[in-house]
Design a protein around this ligand. Structure first.
Ligand SMILES: Nc1ncnc2c1ncn2[C@@H]1O[C@H](COP(=O)(O)OP(=O)(O)OP(=O)(O)O)[C@@H](O)[C@H]1O
Ligand SMILES: [Mg+2]
Ligand SMILES: [Zn+2]
Length: 290
């Protein structure tokens, strides 16, 4: 059968080109790769046409320039996942902490100082960590943004320094431990305490909201005493000043440790939550009642 001469010519060109340059990149570059070299997976497939029909390997993968960066990013995503920051504050940043949301001038001034302190804390984290110092965000009023701001500090520490972090509602720790007293529980108090003693950075949200009781004081003492001795950073939020923690932890051992472990930052005594709820409800009520 006679071959189409143009097709034959094309085949000859391809053959010649493969002979002069038998190494071919099979991966199509994509914008997902910051260097525009791989398809975003961090790997590049290579084929060596000269090895075809031989016993040698003719296809293999090589690391792209973006590989290490990609692995670091994946590791950070994994750490963020493990940290368990409340889902609504998963993407919260210190920069997006909005001072204009507070209506009173006094609140805006306090919020400005708190935001600045949070930013400075993040930038000076290495020094803070050497000294084992965390933050203690305080306001008596609920819904003033304490959890929002501490979450954004936590997110920044994982993203910028790759720290291992655990976010914990104080009350959840106590509940988790109480559950271990059931006969069929598969963890023990010691195991849970050990976990939170050892994590590199621990956030305890809403410390001392419980009524004074020997049990919670004993648990927080066990966790915090170890963390203080090992200079591990703990970040707190609470609705009592550090000085007033003695009202709940009456033996004074928890209270004095927190004093040593954290720098106190005042949050505005104004609720954004109430305001937020009002706006949100107004919108949805329109849907309901027209
Ligand atoms: N500065 C801010 N910018 C934007 N949103 C904010 C800000 N501060 C708080 N909010 C919003 O206000 C609500 C209440 O904030 P948050 O839960 O942090 O308060 P809190 O002080 O921890 O309250 P509680 O004492 O009840 O734990 C949240 O929905 C949060 O998104
Ligand atoms: Mg809170
Ligand atoms: Zn790449």
């Amino acid at each position: 059968m006679r071959q189409n001469p143009r097709f034959a010519k094309r085949m000859k060109d391809v053959k010649e080109s493969l002979e002069s340059n038998p190494i071919q990149i099979l991966t199509s570059p994509s914008d997902k790769c910051p260097f525009h070299k791989c398809d975003g997976t961090g790997w590049i497939w290579i084929k060596d046409w000269s090895k075809r029909n031989t016993n040698e390997k003719d296809e293999w993968q090589e690391e792209c320039e973006c590989y290490e960066q990609l692995m670091k990013q994946k590791e950070i995503e994994r750490k963020l996942d493990l940290a368990q920051v409340p889902p609504i504050f998963k993407d919260a940043t210190v920069n997006s902490f909005d001072i204009k949301r507070y209506k009173k001038k006094e609140s805006r001034d306090t919020a400005e100082i708190a935001r600045k302190a949070a930013t400075n804390y993040v930038y000076n984290f290495k020094t803070m960590q050497e000294h084992g110092k965390g933050l203690y965000l305080f306001s008596e009023v609920k819904g003033s943004g304490k959890t929002r701001l501490i979450s954004s500090v936590a997110n920044a520490l994982v993203k910028m320094y790759g720290v291992d972090l655990a976010f914990l509602k104080a009350d959840d720790l106590l509940t988790q431990i109480k559950k271990t007293y059931n006969d069929n529980a598969n963890t023990s108090e010691d195991e849970i305490v050990k976990l939170f003693r050892n994590v590199e950075v621990l956030v305890i949200d809403d410390i001392a909201v419980e009524k004074p009781n020997e049990f919670s004081e004993r648990i927080f003492f066990k966790v915090l005493d170890y963390r203080m001795e090992h200079r591990k950073v703990t970040l707190f939020t609470g609705n009592k000043t550090i000085d007033n923690l003695g009202e709940v932890y009456i033996e004074g051992r928890v209270h004095s440790r927190i004093k040593k472990m954290a720098l106190e930052v005042y949050m505005p005594e104004e609720s954004i939550r109430d305001d937020e709820a009002e706006i949100e409800n107004k919108e949805l009520e329109k849907m309901l009642f027209g």
